[in-house]
Design a binder for this molecule. Structure first.
Ligand SMILES: Cc1cc2nc3c(=O)[nH]c(=O)nc-3n(C[C@H](O)[C@H](O)[C@H](O)COP(=O)(O)O)c2cc1C
Length: 256
């Protein structure tokens, strides 16, 4: 069973709604268990009340250390001045010991976000978020153009190749994520599920991956690597009797 987490912060419910749609998409992949959790609020209660934040969100709070328990994580955040929200930043800044023990290396990471305005920093929010995930050793997955609606001109919509987005508008133009924006979220969630090596390759991949991370820990005495070349998966397995790596290729083509 593969485990996917949709982890989000949302003040007004847009990213919360997007997170649910991401989870719906990820849940389409058989053998996948999907959880939706949120990061803690940091704003003082008087600010939260004065600003009308939605405080009744049913998703449970996540603990930073639990990120290591998932195979893939979809992160959702509203834009704050072209960056992720400080609530999410604070949460990620508590993952230092996951970084120190390479606990996130090789896991899938994907990001979605919302902005108030059309050109208010969606791409900068997504790509600057990716920097943190890359430091953690995660493998970034976006929203590919096989999601045909990325190029639609029929309506004003969010949606980028870096991840799904929504435009909330403001004042009289305020809106919740549109049907199209939510479809893109479902697409991204499903895409992340499909890219997840454990889903694609089965438990065998876990052995290879464990071997690889174990090799990292013991200074590289073991050789265990998985490389993807186009559609074919090639395996480099443990050194044989002669001390040379045995190479078995290709074991599986997950894209067919
Ligand atoms: C401090 C602050 C900074 C913001 N910065 C931006 C911004 O740079 N660009 C933008 O379009 N919207 C900006 N917004 C609007 C939020 O992105 C918007 O309220 C959010 O996407 C709504 O998502 P939510 O309902 O999940 O909280 C900002 C909001 C706040 C409170």
């Amino acid at each position: 069973m593969s485990k996917i987490l949709v982890l989000y912060y949302s003040s007004y419910g847009h990213v919360e709604r997007m997170a649910r749609a991401q989870a719906e998409g990820a849940s389409r992949i058989p053998g996948t268990h999907v959880s939706v959790k949120r990061v803690p609020e940091l704003a003082p209660p008087d600010i939260v009340a004065a600003a009308g934040f939605h405080v009744d969100q049913p998703a449970p709070l996540a603990e930073p250390q639990e990120l290591a328990d998932y195979d893939a994580i979809l992160f959702g955040t509203p834009t704050r001045f072209g960056n992720m929200a400080s609530q999410m930043r604070n949460f990620l800044d508590q993952t230092g010991n996951l970084w120190a023990r390479n606990a996130m290396v090789g896991k899938i990471g994907s990001v979605f976000c919302s902005t108030a305005s059309q050109h208010g920093g969606q791409e900068t929010t997504l790509t600057s978020f990716h920097t943190t995930l890359l430091h953690l050793g995660m493998v970034i997955v976006g929203l590919p153009y096989t999601c045909r609606e990325l190029v639609t001109m029929r309506e004003i919509t969010g949606g980028t190749p870096y991840g799904a987005t929504c435009i909330t508008g403001s004042g009289g133009d305020a809106r919740m994520p549109s049907a199209l924006e939510l479809d893109m979220c479902r697409f991204q969630g499903e895409h992340v599920g499909l890219r997840n090596p454990i889903v694609r390759l089965g438990p065998d991949w876990i052995d290879i991956h464990e071997s690889h991370t174990e090799a990292d820990r013991d200074g590289g005495q073991n050789v265990g690597q998985m490389r993807e070349r186009g559609a074919a998966i090639h395996r480099v397995i443990e050194p044989g009797a002669g001390g040379e790596p045995e190479v078995a290729v290709p074991t599986v083509d997950p894209l067919r």
